[in-house]
Design a protein around this ligand. Structure first.
Ligand code: BJW
Ligand code: ZN
Length: 253
């Protein structure tokens, strides 16, 4: 008998994946949870005393840059120590089985690229970059972590911020456009480890489905997206994705 933690995948999903040329994936904090990066929301959410909306916005930063930097320095230090997990690795390995795999991520942790994915679209920036809000100069993480409290620009002494997208800010337009194109062209679209509440990223699964993609959600629990999905795979991404890959790769040989 199959153990309850290892449910079989539907023939429909395996056949679609085995024959799919273009696959697109939207990932959220949940895919990095098994690497030790905390998620934003729910019981495991970062810093229970603040909601992400209270820290990840430019007003909070201008009001109290020291507090916002405390949060980011803590996360920079943590993210420098973590490693990609089997979920990231399975997505990278999918590239050998499809003409195109696009990983659209809301995460800023760089773990997809480090796992070997080549086509990564970072919707919300990258924790390893920082820039001066006065003159735009890039400032290295080493510089940031050396400085006390809220770091200053070496060129003009302006405030430096992490190169990430906060609430109320526009996503990088070219990356967003490319993500929409990938969603519209995907034959299979995965939403993995995201609560799907933050827009516009959360609209990508709907865009993909409307354009004809088979929509698959991978999460440890149901989300706002679940009832739109063609299949909901409940479990940890680091468990489900490697098993799924093995299942359809063996089918296509
Ligand atoms: C597992 C697991 C395991 C755990 N395996 N699964 C339309 C409607 C409503 C609102 C808006 C809208 N359009 C715009 C808005 C406003 C706003 C918004 O969406 N607000 C909502 C919250 C209501 N959006 C914006 O402001 C965006 N900008 C924008 O739209 O610009 C246009 C504009 C300009 C001016 C005015 C108005 C509009 C920008 C959004 C930027 C989000 N930034 C952050 C911070 C990034 C930097 C940083 O990391 O510090 O991005 S907030 C935070 O949330 C971060 C994440 O990328 C993002 C999404 O979170 P995610 O990844 O889904 O994580 P969680 O924690 O929520 O969920 C984890 C999931 O994993 C859970 O479901 C778990 O169950 C699961 N899980 N372990 C599988 N092992
Ligand atoms: Zn400057």
């Amino acid at each position: 008998m199959r153990p309850p933690s290892s449910p079989a995948f539907s023939d429909n999903l395996l056949t679609r994946l085995a024959g799919a040329g273009r696959v697109a994936v939207l990932t959220g904090a949940g895919i990095s949870a098994e690497s030790g990066v905390p998620t934003f929301r729910g019981d495991e959410g970062i810093w229970k005393k603040f909601r992400p909306e209270e820290l990840a916005n430019v007003n909070a930063f201008m009001r109290n840059p020291e507090l916002v930097w405390e949060w980011y320095k803590h996360r920079k230090t943590l993210m420098a120590t973590v490693q990609p997990n089997p979920g990231h690795a399975a997505l990278a390995a999918m590239e050998s089985h499809h003409a195109q795999v696009t990983v659209i991520t809301q995460n800023i942790d760089d773990l997809h690229r480090r796992a070997g994915s080549h086509n990564v679209l970072e919707l919300h920036g990258n924790i390893n970059r920082n820039y001066c809000i006065a003159c735009g100069t890039s400032v290295s993480n080493e510089d940031i972590l050396r400085q006390e409290a809220a770091p200053r620009c070496p060129a003009c002494r302006g405030l430096v911020r992490p190169d990430v997208v906060w609430f109320g800010e526009l996503l990088p337009v070219d990356i967003w456009d490319e993500s929409v194109r990938a969603a519209e062209r995907a034959e299979v679209f995965f939403a993995i480890g995201t609560s799907a509440v933050v827009h516009p990223a959360a609209s990508l699964p709907g865009i993909a489905k409307k354009a004809g993609a088979y929509l698959v959600e991978v999460n440890i629990e149901d989300t706002e997206l679940s009832w739109h999905a063609d299949e909901v795979l409940i479990g940890k991404a680091g468990d489900i994705l490697p098993r799924l890959l093995n299942s359809y790769v063996s089918l296509s040989h």
